[in-house]
Design a protein around this ligand. Structure first.
Ligand code: N01
Length: 583
């Protein structure tokens, strides 16, 4: 079976009828690595990508100031030691153009482009029960068949555009941070309004403020943010870091977050106040997401969380000169409950005379007008508006594709009350359909690229096994899926993260069911579970099809995902004892 995956040139409707081993949807880091692994196994595969290039998130999110907030040395592929050694990151947290350049380098280095069809959005995927194949359709008229359909569609890739009244009346441009114009935007001399204060806003506001004549930020919920203390990486630093890169990668895989940083597992509540202040100050000076690793109980005990929240509020009040603005910027909710932000000069930007903060927590944005925005009866006039309003997270990209499984049931119907998956990899009723970092997996709570690699390796091993034994389809059982969904939910209730409204629980989008979507039990705990499932002959899954005579099941097992038990593994017991500094 299978078409030639080495065929040159874009696939167009002329190829309708072609049968592939696998179709991958999306050419971000997940789709790229999946293609690489599929090819390595000798499977025929094509990737459909809506964008004009590789990179996914980093292809679309080109807003000013966009950069990663996991250190670049770790926010990168780890599957190739040569790649690790040859690529040099210029900054601790590299900017979007450099991450996109890295994605392009990977595409070239591993010759991935010829397997990707760009500017083509998958619109539908339909399972055919008799042939156990998927029919995949695109907005360019392609209709191709594949044994496996792999959704590498991203967790934060469907922009959220709130339906503001009168939005079509506004005469200026409205830019969404998640779909930024490729040619860039020059705000010099303009009056600019920014809606939202999440990570995208926090990164872009200080840069927009440098250009704009007037900048007004509309804040619905104040945001916790920690300084990045970003810096250039010197050749000496890179040389030292790369001297034992595999060890760094192994340590990262053993972390609940999938990336390595210093953390202190002691409880904040057992420390004396002066000791805590010293600890928080040191952690603040290191900056970034690891600030949450100052103590082990910060996301489990509200009283502990109050101590770090008080510390961070003091920092905001020290930075922001106008007391009323400082108070507005001080969040009231649990520290780190929503995704923690990492900034460069965010709070200090409000000291600039042309930057203004408008509270829309009690009086929401009423409407757009021809000239700007109206809040509480006041019209704010703008030349341009930036909508930093985030994404329909985790499930939004799935909703854009009409996915129909066994018995004609759609994924949208099945997920009406919230996503249901086994391990965030597959969903009962949708045989041979896989997700990379789907809901129910650590995904956004781990370093995304690590989470992606682990899923892709697991899938590649699974597909290789199926070929060895001649299995035609694989699907989770309802009972195992239900148990996993329940476990994902149970574990989330241990964390304070489940207590507030955020995109983790879907409540940033009106009408969505409130479900904590990512798996918060910790990356290594999850990896161990995936390993067990595979070692036990894919327990929880049903494999069907003509088993080859005399075929010995050859469960593969990508070696590097054997959790290295000798280095500070966060165990299930640690999760149960609420001693996991999940970032
Ligand atoms: O989106 P968000 P984002 N009226 O959902 C506000 C990753 N990321 O694009 O909080 C007024 O966090 C909304 O208000 P509220 C990262 O995982 C990473 O910034 O719902 N305001 C909020 O302030 C991140 O968490 C990086 O009350 C409205 C904002 O819009 C995730 O992507 C950089 C509104 C949306 O914030 C999403 O971040 C960027 C309305 N009707 C993103 N609707 C890195 O640093 C929404 N808002 C790696």
């Amino acid at each position: 079976m299978g078409a030639d995956s080495t065929a040159q040139g874009p696939m167009r409707p002329a190829e309708t009828g072609t049968v592939y081993d696998a179709i991958v949807v999306g050419a971000g880091f997940a789709g790229m690595y999946m293609l690489h692994r599929l090819r390595g196994l000798g499977f025929s595969a094509k990737v459909f990508e809506a964008g004009g290039g590789v990179g996914g998130t980093w292809y679309w999110n080109r807003y000013p100031g966009a950069r990663c907030d996991v250190e670049s040395l770790q926010y990168s592929f780890s599957f190739s030691e040569e790649l690790d050694q040859e690529w040099n990151w210029s900054e601790k947290y590299s900017p979007q153009p450099e991450i996109l350049a890295y994605a392009n380098h990977v595409a070239d280095r591993f010759d991935l482009r010829r397997g990707i069809v760009f500017d083509t959005r998958v619109t539908a995927a339909t399972f055919d029960e008799s042939s156990k194949t998927w029919l995949i359709e695109t907005d360019r008229g392609d209709k191709v068949t594949a044994r496996f359909c792999i959704m590498a569609v991203g967790c934060l890739s469907a922009p959220n555009r709130p339906a503001f009244k009168g939005i079509e009346d506004f005469r200026g441009p409205i830019y969404h941070t998640g779909e930024w114009p490729h040619e860039g935007v020059d705000f010099t001399g303009l009056r600019v309004g920014v809606i939202g204060t999440g990570s995208s806003a926090i990164q872009s506001i200080p840069i927009i403020a440098q250009q704009a004549r007037q900048l007004t930020v509309f804040q619905r919920t104040a945001t916790w943010s920690v300084p990045a203390w970003n810096e250039k990486l010197t050749p000496e630093f890179l040389k030292a870091a790369k001297a034992d890169y595999p060890a760094l990668r192994a340590k990262a895989r053993a972390r609940p977050t999938g990336f390595y940083f210093l953390f202190n597992s002691k409880p904040a509540l057992e420390a004396r106040e002066e000791e805590r202040e010293r600890q928080y100050e040191e952690a603040w000076q290191r900056g970034g997401l690891p600030f949450l690793g100052a103590y082990g109980d910060l996301l489990f005990e509200k009283a502990a969380n109050d101590t770090i929240a008080d510390f961070a509020r003091k920092k905001i009040r020290n930075i922001v000169k106008d007391p009323a603005t400082a108070e507005l910027l001080c969040p009231e909710n649990v520290f780190g409950c929503k995704r923690l932000c990492v900034d460069t000069d965010y709070f200090a930007t409000y000291n600039l005379p042309h930057v203004k903060l408008v509270d829309v927590s009690k009086t929401p944005i009423e409407r757009f007008t021809a000239k700007g925005l109206e809040v509480n009866g006041v019209e704010y006039e703008f030349d341009a508006v930036v909508s930093a309003t985030g994404f329909a997270a985790m499930t939004g990209a799935f909703e854009k594709i009409h996915i129909t499984g066994r018995g004609g049931r759609t994924l949208a119907e099945k997920w009406q009350a919230g996503p249901r998956t086994y391990l965030g990899l597959a969903s009962e009723g949708f045989p041979n359909l896989f997700m990379i970092t789907g809901p129910g997996s650590p995904s956004v709570l781990a370093s995304m690229i690590q989470a992606i690699e682990q899923h892709v390796d697991w899938l590649a091993d699974c597909l290789g096994h199926m070929r060895d034994v001649g299995a035609a389809s694989i699907e989770p059982t309802r009972a195992d899926e239900d148990a996993w969904v329940e476990h994902v939910n149970d574990v989330s209730t241990v964390s304070l993260r489940s207590t507030c409204s955020s995109w983790y629980v879907g409540t940033n989008i009106p009408g969505r069911p409130r479900v904590f979507m990512p798996y918060i039990g910790g990356f290594p705990v999850y990896v161990q579970k995936c390993n067990e499932v595979m070692s036990n002959g894919f327990s929880g899954f049903v494999l069907e099809g003509g088993h080859k005579a005399n075929a010995e099941p050859q469960v593969r097992f990508t070696e590097r995902w054997r959790v290295p038990l000798d280095i500070e593994v966060i165990s299930p017991a640690a999760v149960a004892a609420k001693r996991v500094p999940v970032v």
